[in-house]
Write a protein that binds this ligand. Sequence first.
Ligand code: NAD
Length: 334
Amino acid sequence: MIKVAINGYGTIGKRVADAVSKQKDMQIVGVVKRTPDYLSRIAAQKHKLYVSDDSGLKTFDESGIKVHGTVKDLLNGCDIVIDATPEGMGDQNKALYRKHNVRAVFQGGEKETVADVSFNAYANYDEARGKTFVRVVSCNTTALMRSLYPIYSELGIKKVNATLVRRGTDPNDHKKGPMNAIEPSFSFPSHHSIDAKTIIRDLNIDSMALKVPTTLMHTHVVLVDLAKQASAKEVLDLWEKYKRIKLFNSKDGYKSTAQIMDFAREIGRERSDLFELAIWKDSAHVNSGTLSYIQAVHQESIVVPENVDAIRAMTGDTSKEDSIRITDSTLGIA
Ligand code: NAD
């Protein structure tokens, strides 16, 4: 059993904790919370709770929430930690992980330099083998890798141009925005295409991004100049082979991200998570060698399967295919 700790139990951390709990070869030995809020009370019913520093022992005790120690105690009893603390904090935590001699999986809010390798299960599982520090790339980069890697590996890519329409914030947040505006990113290319190259180093890709007032999903408009000629149907058939891609047809009523998230609710997914990348089947066209398509990304959950696979790649000898198959079947990705 691989003993897994979760440091940072928010949007990503709580989902990875639940996903790891479903794996037969892994166990959650504890999760770290900082504030004694409603989420801490719920977390304490599912997992052993630890606090981020000594002062937390007192505040949690005063709130009547049982804790088992601090993050340092937890690190003494685990093989690997999932760092899902807010952006930039993972880099600060790295020295602590090193001191306690535990491996760590960081998230996409951290810089590439935090880890030995940036990770996407389809594209570079084997590069994470035996590594001490791995970074699962962001939700947007994971989504780009999911649809682009099959094309890159089987048809070849001359050039990608992606426009990312990003959600303003997550559904459980009331502080970020925009609330009634569209906010372009003025750096070119946006950091997403730079991040994509941490996985496929020779990918010729540029991206632009803007934020809009929605919390459901990100949406990407992608143009790919194909190296080898292919029809839209051939590309769709290729994507069909990858379970972490789910094709939706607007003619079935999937007119927007609202219905795609409703699908996840209706099939009974916990927290209405959609781990798969959604691609609108009828958005795929090929014109003069350029493939165009539109995809939607459930930002809160798309990186969850990759975190589970990163743990296996770093700690054992499970093959890429086996790990992906096990993760998918335990998470209901069919
Ligand atoms: P979040 O704010 O929802 O959760 C972070 C949690 O860490 C919070 O519960 C916070 O209280 C806790 N925390 C803060 N300081 C801490 C400390 N010192 N020790 C332990 N816990 C502490 O953030 P998130 O959205 O889960 O993001 C985590 C990481 O995942 C970031 O790198 C982010 O960029 C990345 N990510 C986020 C999304 C998304 O859409 N939310 C998607 C993919 C990747």
